[in-house]
Design a protein around this ligand. Structure first.
Ligand code: ZN
Length: 175
């Protein structure tokens, strides 16, 4: 099995020329195993990054497309979620890490840092773009699980119908 290499998701900043350069990264199941994320069953996501170097800043225009497979919240079977979103990250350099920088959508690196590991950025943006509720259309859910759920729900309803007033009813009827 191919492991996520330490170098596989790295952009060598020191080698960047002024202007725009294109990078491409592939995210699979191993990528999520690296982050010890058990929720992702499978992944097939392409991340393209246009890296634009302008003076002291580096702009990353990222686009993630593909499919992520997670368990359905309702029936627990595989659910393939489409991945298709874009985001921009600005890389700024500071002389010392205590320096105050407006860090919204920007990544702060110490001046002189030669490599940018893209793994955390790629991972974070995939996670925040995942829908909170993940399930199939009801017709696509595993029918065996759904009928079992309906059975349990039905039985619970029956139990509720029996108690707590059933006993009371008997008492009333006795009078
Ligand atoms: Zn389902």
């Amino acid at each position: 099995m191919k492991k996520v290499g330490d170098d596989e998701y790295v952009i060598h900043l020191s080698g960047l020329k002024n202007g725009t350069q294109a990078f491409s990264f592939y995210v699979d199941k191993n990528f999520f195993e690296y982050f010890e994320n058990q929720d992702v069953i499978d992944a097939d996501v392409e991340v393209s990054v246009a890296v634009e170097k302008t003076g002291s800043c580096i702009l990353l225009a990222c686009k993630s497309t593909g499919t992520l497979t997670v368990p359905c919240d309702r029936c627990l079977k595989d659910l393939a979620l489409p991945v298709d979103f874009e985001y921009n990250v600005t890389v700024r350099f500071v002389k010392d890490s205590g320096e105050d920088v407006d860090s919204e959508d920007s990544l702060v690196l110490e001046a002189g840092q030669a490599d940018l590991d893209m793994r955390q950025i790629i991972y974070d943006y995939i996670m925040i773009n995942l829908p909170l509720q993940r399930f199939h259309d009801i017709k696509d859910c595993d029918p065996a699980v759904i009928s079992k759920m309906n059975f349990v729900a039905g039985r619970d309803a029956e139990l509720n119908a029996v108690s707590p007033f059933a006993g009371l009813k008997d008492i009333i009827n006795e009078k």
